[in-house]
Structures are given as structure tokens and as C-alpha cells.
Design a protein around this ligand. Structure first.
Ligand code: ME8
Length: 503
């Protein structure tokens, strides 16, 4: 059976991972963990993009061969993802043999089918971004619109992919599948782009200019354009049955979900699907293009020098608090501004709402029932719990993660209000209210059980701790929820889940 296959971008191995990379990867991880909770078999791919000019320049600056830098950076990314509790199944590196074989096979097939042709190119080129620009785009100053470096006028032989030929087919696909790209604003951006005639795509670079890449199989003097190389790593990572290195593995392509930042939407929603169409492969089922983390209203990026290191934040507040802040404070799809103040506000929400509910519930059960509830008890708030479970899944399925987290936190708020209204401390004083006190405490435990499930995709470590404290042997899946509640054992009061002394 094919797994639910989801991917992050394959990050450039030329710079350290920063909060932007961490956001995309945590978002994808949360969606992967959610899918596993619904009972799906999941394959989650991330990795590093190791060829091209940026890599070559970064290695030259460090005075090392590009492969050595790629090895070190791939290790660095894997380490960062381990620290941030990323549950990827496969980490692809574009310098892997299996991938090089797949790219070369694909290029050969496209060449034989006449999808690729040779031509002379003359025009503006940004060496750093490795891309061509029109005269209009570089303006009179001849500056790269992306990195603001000067561009060069070049004339050279190049190989082109007949991308323009697929324009109508792509437009039809988008019109027939209005939820193919989410959110809708991004879909409209792509439609706007496709309003203009779509040109062909240069897919090679002469080795005289750049030799760090995959050799074009039908012309040894060229390497494959880094974007074409990197996009196909999604197919390599799906265990595509490539005749040379990977003969009979089980294949997960097409991806069910590809998560990217809005900066790389055109490459994913235009270059990629047209390349797949030409290769006779199915298109990914969905693309989620999220917004940017900004700092002082500009995109956080290495070249702007305004990046936040997620690993430093993690040292102070813990991994789950970083994961929570990033997903809770950004509407999935829109931009958001990173501030330490917002971070602390979201941390306080964890401590004051969820943390407080946990400590009050567990201490009351310890105090009034010696840490144990009788087996089967009536519970209340059933409607609220069911509504939260339904809406949570609806929002997660629609990829509105921020809304899913918000309603889960609302359930914790309702439980705190319930404590306030029922006053278990008053019920505890009246022996005639003993059964009702059981009901109130059981209701709270039931809500905590549901919350461990709902919050576990975003805060796996803390929810594992909570599950143990309320006597669960493992994190319940959605299907397990009713079952584990009735077979629960004793409850333990521990230290605060979200201590406030580090604020
Ligand atoms: O583009 N806010 O790699 P890359 C949110 N190798 N997300 C951000 C961000 C920010 N400020 N900055 C970066 C590449 N990101 C190519 C991809 S895929 C076949 C090849 C995230 O290292 C976001 O997901 O520049 C963005 O799309 C990605 O990092 C770019 O990573």
C-alpha cells in the first residue's frame, strides 16, 4: 500500500538552518504526526540541496571542497532536526548516487522524447541565484531582483525544456482542482503568473561557468540546473523504481502534500508540474505554500543577517515551546513577525491554560482520591469534547493548523472554567457529593486524555510526559481515545509541564 507521502523543501546545504527552515519542517512534522494519529502509514521526506553555485561559493569561502561542506551541513541539518524532534522517515541528499542516476535517466528520457532542445541564449544572468532575468526585471541598474547583486549579460549554448508547451495543460489542472494549491491567495498568484505566455526553461549550465552539479548525460560539458536536480529529489525520495540503483522498491510517488514557503511557489507550482507532465509522472496531490517569518518587516534570511536561531530558543524554553509558538502564532499561509514578546505571550498561554489545568486536575485527584479514580464513571461536557475533536480534524485536514491548535486550547480553557464553576474543593467537603466529585474529576481526566492526542503532533515530548502522568501507557490515537479512557490507571502529580521560571 502507498504511504501518505509528504515533503519539506530540500534546503540549500550552503547555510545553517534558521527559524524559517525550522518552521516549514515543524509544520510538516506536525502534519505527519497528525496523519499517523489518524491511522495512516506515513512517509515524511526532508533533505539537503547540495549542488549549484551557492554551494560552490560557500565552500570556496570556507576553503573546502563542496562535497565536504555538503557532508558537514547535511549532518548539521540532521542534528537540528533531531533537537527539534522532527520525525522524518527519509533524509535525501542530492549528491546521493540513487538521485544522480534518477536525474540522469530522466534527462535522457526527456531528451529522447524531444522535450529538451539545445539553443543559444543571450540575456541577463545572476550568477549567485543561478537564474536568468529579463531586461525589464533587472531594470536600468542591472540588479538581480532576488539577491540585489549585479547581473551579467551572457551569451551561451544551453539546453531548454519545452515548458511553454504545457501551459494550457497546467492551467486546466489548476482550474479543475481549485484546492490543489493552498491557501487561495497563492493559487491566485500562480494564475497571475500564468496569465503571461510561459517561456521554456533553461535546464543546464555550461561547466566552464559552473561544474558543481549533475552532468547532463547527453552533453558532458554541461551540468543540470540545480532546481531541476533538486525538484526530482522528491521522486528519488519516494523510492522511485529507478533501473540502476533502486530496482524494485515500493514507490510512494505522487506526494500527497508538498509543503513549501511562498518564495519557491513558482518552481513548485509551474516548473515542477510541467516537468512531471513531460516525464509522464503524476502531479503531487496538494501544495501548501506558507508565508514568511519576518523580522522588522523584512523576510528573515541569511543574506539579510536578521535570522533567529531556533536552537538557541530551544535551549531556553524547550523544544515544544518553540514548536508551539511557531505554529500557533502564524496563520498557516500568511506572514508573521517574530518577536520575543509574542514568544513569551504564547509560552504563558501554555503555562497558564494547559499547564494549570494539568496541575490542578492531577493534584485534586491525588488529594481527594489518592491518585486513582474508580473504573467506570459518568462524565460531562461530552458535546464540547466531540465538537472539538471534529473541528480539530476538520482544520488539520484543511491545513489550517493554527485554527486546530486554537480550538484545542479553547477546550483546555473550557475545562478551567468547569473547575471554577463546579468547585471540586467544595464538593470534596460533602460526602453526599462523592459520586458527583468523581464525575467532575473523570470529566477533567477525559479532557486531558483528548488534549494529549490533539496536542501531541505539535508538542510530542510534553504530551508523552502528560500521557504518563495520567496513567496512559502511550499516546492515544484518535481511534484509541474511548478505549484508553475507560482502562486508565493511576494519576501522578509532577513538576509544572511549562515552568514559568525561565520567562
Ligand atoms: O529554496 N520564513 O532552499 P532554502 C518562513 N533548495 N520560511 C522560510 C523563511 C522565512 N523567513 N526562510 C526560509 C531552497 N524558509 C531550495 C529548495 S526544493 C526542491 C529546493 C523556508 O534553503 C521556506 O520553506 O533557501 C522556504 O521555501 C525554504 O525555507 C527555502 O529554503
Amino acid at each position: 500500500m502507498k504511504s501518505y507521502y509528504l515533503t519539506t523543501p530540500i534546503y540549500y546545504a550552503s547555510g545553517e538552518p534558521h527559524i524559517g527552515h525550522a518552521y516549514t519542517t515543524i509544520l510538516t512534522d506536525t502534519l505527519a504526526r497528525y496523519r499517523r494519529l489518524t491511522g495512516s502509514q506515513v512517509e515524511f521526506l526532508t533533505g539537503t540541496d547540495e549542488h549549484g553555485q551557492k554551494m560552490k561559493e560557500a565552500a570556496a569561502q570556507k576553503n573546502m571542497p563542496p562535497q565536504e561542506l555538503a557532508d558537514a551541513m547535511a549532518k548539521g541539518f540532521k542534528g537540528a532536526w533531531a533537537d527539534l524532534d522532527i520525525s522524518f522517515d527519509r533524509f535525501i541528499r542530492t549528491t546521493e548516487d540513487a538521485h544522480v542516476d534518477l536525474v540522469q535517466d530522466t534527462l535522457s528520457q526527456l531528451w529522447e522524447k524531444g522535450e529538451i532542445y539545445a539553443d543559444n541564449y543571450s540575456g541577463w544572468y545572476c550568477i549567485h541565484e543561478e537564474r536568468y532575468w529579463t531586461s525589464r526585471e533587472v531594470g536600468e541598474e542591472h540588479i538581480c531582483p532576488d539577491c540585489r547583486r549585479p547581473v551579467e549579460y551572457i551569451e551561451e549554448k544551453n539546453y531548454f525544456f519545452r515548458m511553454g508547451y504545457y501551459q494550457d495543460k497546467l492551467l486546466k489542472h489548476i482550474n479543475d482542482n481549485p484546492k490543489w494549491i493552498v491557501p487561495e491567495t497563492r493559487l491566485n498568484e500562480v494564475l497571475g503568473f500564468l496569465n503571461q505566455p510561459l517561456g521554456d526553461l533553461s535546464i543546464s549550465r555550461p561547466k566552464t561557468r559552473l561544474d558543481w552539479g549533475i552532468t547532463v548525460p547527453f552533453d558532458e560539458s554541461h551540468v543540470c540546473y540545480v532546481w531541476v536536480d533538486a525538484l526530482f529529489s522528491y521522486v528519488t525520495g519516494a523510492n522511485f523504481p529507478n533501473t540502476q540503483s533502486n530496482p524494485q522498491k515500493h514507490c510512494n510517488w505522487p506526494a500527497d502534500l508538498q509543503v513549501v514557503g511562498k518564495d519557491i511557489l513558482t518552481t513548485h507550482a509551474v516548473y515542477w508540474p510541467t516537468l512531471l507532465m513531460a516525464s509522464g509522472l503524476p502531479l503531487p496531490k496538494k501544495i501548501l505554500a506558507h508565508g514568511w517569518w519576518l523580522s522588522d518587516n523584512t523576510k528573515m534570511s541569511k543574506s539579510m543577517g536578521n535570522v533567529i536561531d531556533p536552537l538557541q530558543l530551544r535551549k531556553k524554553y524547550g523544544t515544544d515551546a518553540v514548536r508551539w509558538y511557531l505554529l500557533r502564532d502564524m496563520r498557516t499561509g500568511s506572514d508573521a513577525t517574530f518577536t520575543h514578546k509574542r514568544f513569551e505571550t504564547r509560552y504563558e498561554e501554555l503555562a497558564n491554560v494547559l499547564g494549570n489545568l494539568v496541575s490542578r486536575t492531577t493534584s485534586m485527584i491525588a488529594k481527594y482520591r489518592s491518585g486513582q479514580l474508580p473504573g467506570k464513571i459518568e462524565t460531562e461536557l461530552g458535546e464540547e469534547i466531540d465538537k472539538t475533536l471534529d473541528n480539530f480534524q476538520k482544520y488539520m485536514d484543511e491545513l489550517q493548523v493554527h485554527s486546530a491548535l486554537e480550538i484545542a486550547m479553547d477546550l483546555a480553557r473550557q475545562a478551567n472554567v468547569y473547575i471554577f464553576k463546579q468547585e471540586p474543593w467544595t464538593l470534596a467537603k460533602d460526602p453526599e457529593q462523592a459520586d458527583y466529585l468523581d464525575t467532575v474529576l473523570a470529566t477533567l481526566i477525559k479532557i486531558l486524555t483528548v488534549l494529549t492526542t490533539l496536542f501531541s503532533p505539535v508538542m510530542p515530548e510534553k504530551m508523552n510526559t502528560l500521557a504518563k502522568r495520567i496513567g496512559l501507557s502511550k499516546l492515544p490515537t484518535f481511534k484509541d481515545l474511548d478505549l484508553v479512557f475507560s482502562t486508565r490507571s493511576s494519576v501522578e502529580v509532577g513538576k509544572p509541564l511549562f515552568p514559568k521560571d525561565n520567562l
